[in-house]
Design a protein around this ligand. Structure first.
Ligand SMILES: *Cc1c(COP(=O)(O)O)cnc(C)c1O
Length: 480
């Protein structure tokens, strides 16, 4: 046995020999020579401790085996690179899939901004202009605020506001609103970073206006309301409205800051989605500053928006921290294009997030039926069977927690649904699905209709593969 494997080991090629193979030369061009050399060493190392399995019968064959294994390592690295995926999960704002998918106009604006552009120059007089001023104007139009400022995300907006107006001073907040958002955002930690003192009042489920009033001292700088975006407190509850809080703040010379989170510009209750604060309403109710994310219900790129009173925004803008939290030209370009859609009154048609939320279930059912019909006629269904199923989509992204939207999904049944979900995820294009009660569900609400054909092709291919045994590409991963 031993001498056999030693003989086999002798067949292992030198690193240089592998690096000279044309496929490996191509691979090195794609990933860099350093990485590919390391992969070759790794594969040779693994094969050296193997007992000779996986070696060829000739030196040439063994070289081939090494090359194949190195190419497979390259393939795995490719899967970890950023690439587009199809979101068939039915979660509209999927944080792990990049939250809001951008509108076409925003996509185009990013492309147009990649080269030189008028970021900080006024083309009319040729002088230096201020970055983002046109966008701030759009934001004031849309929200009714006096002024606006754009930063990196809503967490940055909160940090900047607390640091500017409340360092070393107290900010009053209800115990029911000490939120944690995904990605290790915990409100108390933002307070620590900002050097502000958290003055918690009330209880988890009930906080009255009187609780806030009783907590005000000479050290108090602001009252902060935070929308409980990703959870709901139901049952025996009570909370103060932003209008009441703003009035109390004004009476004591304090700031009323409203972190609304998702930044809806509209009342979404006609879509059956209730309880989401609306930015213009919060301002009208008297909030001095309203903070929200750009990539939630606004449907734009990742950023944080602060709207409110001019002198306050001016102070925020002047902070060194604002410079550190500013956004780049690509974000500004995408945000401007998104805001213009809102200004034109086309948001529910052209902003994907809002279009998906507003999509009628019948439209989704028709698309599902069409695809399932074609899947049924294209082949004699065997290993995977498809049907249409009524499901619920979710808003996601920490908005409208617990509120579902009636929808429809393509329901796939197979012997191994985890494997089917995995195959869909790993193939090209990648499709992300939900699994439930022994089925794979593809909710088409979150799939752009332009991608329906691609989804169909993937399902056809998958079904054909399953009919003639498991897909070969994933064999090694199943072992791992
Ligand atoms: C989502 C959210 C945040 C965090 O926003 P990011 O843009 O992800 O930083 C903060 N507050 C509330 C209420 C939120 O919903």
């Amino acid at each position: 046995m031993k001498s056999e494997s030693q003989a086999a080991h002798k067949q292992l090629p030198a690193v240089d020999r592998v690096l000279r193979a044309p496929e490996i030369v191509d691979l090195a061009e794609e990933h860099g020579r350093q990485a590919v050399t390391a992969w070759v060493r790794q594969v040779l190392g693994e094969m050296r401790i193997d007992d000779g399995d996986g070696f060829g019968t000739s030196r040439e064959q063994t070289v081939r085996k090494v090359i194949e294994r190195v190419l497979a390592v390259g393939e795995r690295h490719n899967l970890n690179r950023m690439r587009p995926v199809i979101n068939a999960t039915g979660v509209v704002l999927h944080t792990n899939l990049g939250r809001a998918p951008l509108a076409n106009a925003a996509k185009q604006a990013i492309c147009d901004a990649v080269g030189c552009m008028n970021l900080e120059i006024n083309l009319v007089d040729g002088r230096r202009g201020s970055r983002g001023s046109s966008i701030e104007e759009l934001l004031t139009q849309l929200t009714g605020a006096d002024a606006a400022l754009v930063v990196n995300n809503c967490a940055a907006a909160t940090l900047l506001a607390l640091r500017t107006f409340a360092t070393g001073r107290q900010v009053i907040i209800s115990r029911g609103q000490l939120i944690e958002i995904g990605g290790s955002y915990r409100l108390p930690n933002i307070f620590i970073e900002a050097g502000a003192i958290l003055a918690e009042v009330g209880t988890t489920n009930r906080t009255r206006l009187a609780d806030y009033a009783a907590a005000i001292t000479s050290e108090t700088a602001a009252i902060l309301r935070v929308h409980s975006s990703n959870y709901r407190i139901i049952g025996f509850t009570e909370s103060a409205s932003i209008g009441e809080l703003a009035e109390l703040a004004r009476a004591h010379g304090l700031l009323a800051i409203d972190d609304v989170g998702s930044g809806s510009l509209y009342d979404l209750s006609p879509l059956g989605l209730t309880g989401e604060p609306i930015v213009p309403e919060s301002l009208r109710a008297g909030a001095d500053l309203v903070l929200f994310s750009g990539d939630k219900l606004l449907g734009g790129p990742q950023c944080g928006v602060i709207v409110g009173r001019q002198p306050l925004i001016d102070r925020l803008r002047g902070e060194p921290l604002a410079r550190a939290l500013r956004v780049d030209k690509l974000t500004l370009a995408a945000l401007e294009a998104t805001l213009l859609i809102h200004c034109r009154g086309r948001a529910f048609e052209d902003v994907p997030v809002l279009r998906q939320l507003a999509m009628h279930p019948n439209e989704i059912r028709e698309r599902c039926e069409k695809l399932v019909h074609r899947l049924a006629t294209d082949r004699r269904a065997t290993a995977i069977s498809f049907s249409v199923k009524a499901v619920e989509s979710a808003v996601g992204g920490g908005a409208l927690a617990g509120q579902g939207l009636p929808s429809f999904a393509i329901c796939a049944r197979s012997a191994n649904i985890e494997q089917t979900a995995r195959d869909l995820r790993l193939g090209s294009p990648s499709i992300l699905v939900r699994t439930s009660e022994g089925t794979v569900l593809l909710d088409l609400r979150t799939v752009h209709s332009d991608d329906d054909e691609a989804v169909l092709k993937r399902l056809e291919r998958l079904a054909a593969q399953s009919d003639c045994g498991p897909a070969a590409v994933h064999d090694d991963e199943r072992v791992a």
